[in-house]
Design a protein around this ligand. Structure first.
Ligand code: NAD
Ligand code: TYD
Length: 347
């Protein structure tokens, strides 16, 4: 049975991946620092599984990461740990440099110094973002596109990706980078577009659309992302990078209006008003990327992966999940909101 060490498994994508991996029969050790974005409630169910173990700690802790690799000799090491929110990177970039650059450097050093004791077939996946490519006026970015990051978040992720590439080329380490588009699904921290708009709408609060809302993102259901990562872990070519996307590019305003329409149906307002009356146009994000789109033909061609969840069905399922899991999001909403750009833009 394979053993996977996951970092950042108490965050949105990491927690979904932990559940996904345990369902395949893998054993999982989850290393997470439990920053504001880490939430052990997202691991409910996994925590009772004998194949799962949680370790609280920082990816920057060289001794801890080294000991995990040395003592447990995992088959797969997958890094989800990151500071992940663009708006926070604008307000306070230092933590992004620490985790997304120095943290990745530390993980790579831990792999380099333990590689001789790791099992045959060991590999490490670095989970990254399409935002490293910058904004894309037309067409879509492929794996050969140059990096032109525009936010401190994107620049820090790009730096991490460069380090991974260099460690593969220089030391021959078995490393792969994945660059995915915007994920959505259960357990996403409600500062990101889809959960924020869903929960503000549910509570009758303003829906802060940045600028004119015409910025375009590609949306990938987190289950499709997890399936792609598993496939890349099994059959991806070492030293390569793979784009992962949902083939679902839409302007933000369309997303917000679709969320409103779904809420009108699933959770009608007591006075019969449409949720889209809550939309407020607020100041644009500085350096806001106008459009992201990824070309996923490489993973489709080489590994036979395609997204299976349509955005329409996935969005409705996600909103239903939030409606049914108030116990999960209520605690976070009561604790975390503090700044204008972090969710209370127009209130
Ligand atoms: P998230 O913010 O929800 O979770 C991040 C997790 O990492 C949290 O559990 C946090 O406690 C942990 N963490 C942060 N710093 C740490 C440190 N120094 N040591 C150990 N743990 C630490 O993030 P997410 O949305 O799940 O994103 C996961 C990865 O996917 C990130 O690398 C992100 O850049 C990438 N990504 C996310 C998206 C998206 O749409 N969410 C899109 C593209 C790429
Ligand atoms: P976000 O979920 O923060 O992801 P990213 O910045 O990584 O793409 O934002 C998605 C898009 O939605 C982005 O163009 C910014 C926009 N947005 C708003 O218009 N209002 C909001 O309150 C938030 C959080 C995002």
């Amino acid at each position: 049975m394979s053993l996977i060490v996951v970092t950042g498994g108490a965050g949105f994508i990491g927690a979904n991946f932990v559940h996904h991996a345990l369902a395949t029969g893998a054993r999982v050790i989850n290393l997470d620092a439990l920053t504001y974005a880490g939430n052990l409630d997202s691991l409910h169910g996994a925590d009772a599984n004998p194949n799962y173990r949680f370790v609280q700690g920082d990816i920057g802790d060289r001794a801890l990461v080294g000991a995990l690799l040395k003592d447990h000799r995992p088959n797969l090491f997958i890094n989800f740990a990151a500071e992940s929110h663009v708006d926070r990177s604008i307000d306070g970039p230092a933590a992004f440099m620490e985790t997304n650059i120095m943290g990745v450097f530390n993980l790579l050093e831990a792999v380099r110094t333990n590689i001789d004791n790791l099992p045959d077939g060991f590999r490490m996946l670095q989970v990254s973002t399409d935002e490293v490519y910058g904004s894309c006026a037309v067409g879509a970015f492929n794996e050969e596109s140059p990096f032109r990051p525009n936010s401190p978040y994107a620049a820090s992720k790009a730096s991490g990706d460069h380090l991974v590439r260099a460690y593969h080329r220089t030391y021959g380490l078995p490393l792969i980078v994945t660059n995915c588009s915007n994920n959505y699904g259960p357990y996403q921290f409600p500062e990101k577009l889809i959960p924020l708009m869903t929960l503000n709408g549910l509570e009758g609060k303003p829906l802060p659309v940045y600028g004119d809302g015409q910025q375009v993102r590609d949306w990938l259901h987190v289950e499709d992302h997890c399936a792609a990562l598993m496939l890349i872990a099994e059959r991806g070519v070492l030293g390569e990078t793979y784009n992962i996307g949902g083939n679902s590019t839409l302007p933000n305003l369309t997303i917000v209006k679709t969320i409103c329409a779904i809420l009108d149906e699933l959770h009608p307002d007591a006075k019969g008003e449409s949720h889209d009356s809550l939309i407020r146009y607020v100041d644009d994000r500085p350096g806001h990327d106008a459009r992201y789109a990824v070309d996923t033909s490489k993973i489709e061609r080489e590994l036979g992966w395609k997204p299976s969840v349509s955005f329409e069905a996935g969005l409705k399922r996600t909103i239903t999940w939030y409606l049914e899991h108030e116990d999960w999001w209520r605690k976070i909403r009561e604790k975390n909101y503090s700044g204008a750009r972090l969710g209370l833009g127009a209130s």
